[in-house]
Design a protein around this ligand. Structure first.
Ligand SMILES: Cc1cc2nc3c(=O)[nH]c(=O)nc-3n(C[C@H](O)[C@H](O)[C@H](O)COP(=O)(O)OP(=O)(O)OC[C@H]3O[C@@H](n4cnc5c(N)ncnc54)[C@H](O)[C@@H]3O)c2cc1C
Length: 229
């Protein structure tokens, strides 16, 4: 409505004019905003501080050649999610959450799928246990005890000394547990177990989550940039 009114106001003075709007930031919000403005006939200039578009949505290539997401990579909840509509419009390949986990070791070598599943399963199970534990025993839990401490206890239970290669298996799951820190924005050694239950997870409820498999949203970004000229 506001865009239509601004447009009408401009045209009152010069019917041939195209209102010119500056959008600050070429992250997902800025790019989408520019896209909507362009669709309504505005002229748009995007001002971006970095030398690339995408904002937090970004991918890097590792020395071993793998392309990794360093920012968002999940579409949470796919029912009526406009991001999924964009992925479909741009023919971005996506995959469902419930496919196998592919886990790579520190040097970039892929574990056999069953092993990767085992480690990923252990990591997510321990996160769930931590939520339950914090919920039930938060009041009597030492405030200095971290999620990382909880992980160390739990991997020792899951991979007891009697198991072959137990130290390596514990180490793999502990390395993977650092992923949770990246998700929520602070290392798990700084996340208090006592207050872990307060962590709000974005979930899609019953709706599945999808993972874009194509280099992130480049088709839509390209489209907008081409239109902006
Ligand atoms: C590690 C990580 C994982 C995430 N995972 C997910 C996920 O799986 N699914 C999900 O839905 N969300 C996820 N998110 C959240 C998601 O990244 C953000 O919600 C989204 O990218 C925000 O987009 P934005 O355009 O609002 O901001 P940004 O992406 O931050 O874009 C802002 C842009 O504005 C530019 N800018 C800022 N100030 C100026 C200025 N003064 N002048 C010019 N340019 C300026 C910046 O350089 C940047 O390019 C994740 C975030 C992180 C960090």
């Amino acid at each position: 409505m506001a865009t239509k009114m601004a447009f009408a106001q401009c045209r009152k003075h010069d019917p041939a004019s195209k209102p010119h709007v500056a959008v600050v930031g070429a992250g997902l919000s800025g790019l989408r905003c520019a896209d909507v403005l362009l669709q309504h006939g505005f002229k748009v200039t995007i001002i971006e501080a970095r030398s690339r578009i995408g904002g937090r949505l970004h991918q890097e290539r590792l020395p071993n050649g793998h392309l990794v997401d360093v920012g968002p990579n999940w579409i949470h909840g796919t029912a009526e999610n406009p991001i999924l509509d964009l992925a479909n419009q741009t023919k971005t390949t996506t995959s469902r959450w419930d496919v196998n986990s592919y886990v790579f070791d520190e040097s970039g070598v892929l574990f056999p799928v069953d092993q990767g599943e085992k480690y990923a399963g252990a990591m997510w199970d321990i996160i769930q246990e931590a939520f339950k534990h914090s919920n039930r025993h938060g009041s009597e839990t030492d405030g200095n005890k971290s999620l990382a401490d909880f992980f160390r206890e739990k991997v020792a239970e899951r991979f007891p000394d009697s198991e072959t290669d137990f130290e390596r298996q514990r180490q793999i799951v502990l390395l993977m547990s650092e992923l949770w820190g990246a998700f929520v924005g602070s290392p798990i050694s700084r996340q208090s177990l006592k207050f872990f239950w307060l962590e709000e997870c974005i979930e899609g409820g019953k709706d599945p989550m999808e993972k874009p498999l194509h280099p992130s949203s480049l088709p839509s970004c390209m489209h907008i940039c081409a239109t902006c000229g």
